[in-house]
Design a binder for this molecule. Structure first.
Ligand code: ADP
Length: 474
């Protein structure tokens, strides 16, 4: 028992190819064993059946003949057909135990037969007959009584079931050889088949082992067959493609972020150096330095907050509290605050239709603020900025229109990419920015099922429109 448990445990932890080979072999052997049993007993049964039938037929013929003789005493014995089927031996014994008819005196004697009767013949042997087993043969016997003129004689019919016990030995050997060849074939084919089936998995493992963050380019060869393993290989390759893109984005994000952070830090360090050397004694330098440090740290703070927002959104950790909101209230509030702060531009609210939307208050405000901040940033002083919110069926269309520098058609798609700034080095000097605002707005819009449309003409101005779904029943 302990040994079997140990063996099963070993199989459980063995390679799949070993398991397939073993399963194959076990089933094959079971099948062989079953066919052996059928072959063995089939032959046995057929021999018994044949012997039994010939005896029964001979008995029937003999009985008929005896009845005929009884009815017609002058029956011509020469005209009588031999009632015994070939191979059947008949012995007739009188009441004194003397054998007075014996069709084959060389056949084992009645006494020998009686000594060799087997007590438990096979279940398919005829219950009315006896079976005796000799060194080289198995013999059937059936008895029948016949009474004539008050005297009863016993007729004993014998028939050899098999005269060659050696035949069974031979059969056994043949079956054993077949079994042995079968076993080797089963293990061999099991092994070859399983290795062939599992070959793609082994290549996959090798490829996977070779893949590292620095080397994501390896892919599994996909063979043209359309089976499960090809599916697996394709899925694996697709997964690697996605991971590679993700990792590249991540790497670019980190390097862009570091790059962006380097500028304000460098400026701050430059001014603090200046301050250490001369600043304290020169009120002009002091003011300039403090102003610069202030504005750069403000930039840095904004950048860090935007980075944190994107990091949270990438990990799906940005909290979103969806609720019913009156959009016109939000727009009016943002407009009022903008008006209080921005005095360099003319800000106008055209329509502010009422509409209940289902959104997260914080981020939806953030999105509108990004559009408005950009409109202010990229519109020269004195320009005008218009907000227009118009209800249209089950949507509300909010436009932020400026009369600013505009965006060239080839850049209109790219402005939504992270860290993308049109003419970065140039604009950097004029307006503060990180290139993250619109990518954050895009993410917020996606979360709310909102479509953003950008229309712009270089030198003439930009219109950003968002189409916000109105909450059901409102
Ligand atoms: P940031 O404004 O911080 O640079 P954004 O992602 O908000 O980053 O914008 C990306 C770029 O798109 C900006 O650098 C600017 O070049 C361009 N852009 C955005 N809004 C406008 C606008 N209203 N007018 C002109 N250009 C704009």
């Amino acid at each position: 028992m302990h040994f079997i448990n140990k063996l099963l445990k070993r199989i459980h932890y063995s390679q799949i190819s070993t398991k397939i080979t073993l399963t194959f072999a076990v089933f094959f052997i079971a099948l062989l064993a079953l066919s052996n049993v059928f072959a063995w007993y089939g032959v046995y049964y057929a021999l018994y059946q044949q012997a039994e039938n010939t005896i029964l037929y001979s008995m029937k013929n003999t009985k008929k003949l005896l009845e005929e003789i009884e009815q017609d005493v002058n029956l011509d014995v020469n005209s009588v057909r031999d009632p015994l089927v070939a191979g059947v031996v008949l012995r007739v014994i009188n009441s004194n135990g003397e054998i007075f008819i014996d069709t084959d005196p060389h056949y084992p004697s009645v006494k020998l037969f009686n000594d060799c009767i087997i007590k438990n013949p096979p279940f398919w042997a005829n219950d009315d007959m006896e079976v005796a087993e000799f060194k080289n043969a198995i013999v059937y016997r059936a008895k029948m009584n016949f009474t004539h003129d008050g005297e009863t004689v016993e007729l004993q019919f014998f028939r050899t079931i098999t005269a060659q016990m050696g035949f069974f030995e031979q059969l056994k050997n043949i079956l054993l050889v077949i079994d042995f060849i079968g076993l080797i074939l089963a293990v061999g084919t099991g092994y070859i088949v399983s290795r062939k089936i599992l070959y793609p998995i082994r290549t996959m493992t090798k490829t996977a082992q070779n893949i590292a963050i620095e080397n994501m380019s390896s892919r599994i060869d996909v063979n043209p067959a359309n089976d499960e393993l090809t599916d697996l290989a394709r899925t694996f390759n697709n997964m690697l493609d996605r991971l590679q893109v993700g990792i590249q984005q991540q790497q670019r994000f980190v390097s862009d972020a570091s790059h962006e952070l380097r500028t304000p830090v460098t400026v701050i360090r430059g001014y603090s150096d200046l301050l250490t050397r001369w600043g304290a004694s020169d009120p002009k330098i002091l003011k300039e330095s403090i102003d610069a440090i202030n504005s750069e740290s403000e930039n840095m703070q904004q950048l860090i907050e935007q980075l944190l927002f994107l990091a949270r959104s990438d990990q799906n950790r940005q909290p979103m509290k969806m609720e019913e909101l009156e959009l016109s209230d939000i727009v009016a509030d943002i407009f009022r605050k903008m008006q209080q702060v921005v005095h360099t531009h003319e800000i106008e609210l055209l329509n502010n239709d009422k509409a209940v939307i289902f959104a997260d208050k914080v981020t939806i405000r953030q999105m509108i603020r990004i559009f408005l901040d950009n409109a202010v940033k990229y519109t020269p002083k004195g320009g005008s900025i218009t907000i227009n919110s118009v209800r249209n069926g089950d949507h509300i269309k909010l436009d932020v229109i400026d009369t600013g520098i505009g965006i060239a058609p080839e850049n209109q798609e790219k402005v939504f990419d992270r860290f993308y700034r049109v003419n970065a080095s140039h604009s950097k000097q004029e307006v503060n920015g990180t290139g993250l605002g619109l990518s954050i707005a895009k993410w917020i819009a996606e979360q709310h099922n909102i479509k953003i449309k950008l229309q712009s003409k270089l030198g003439a101005g930009t219109t950003i429109s968002v189409n916000i779904p109105i909450h059901k029943n409102h």
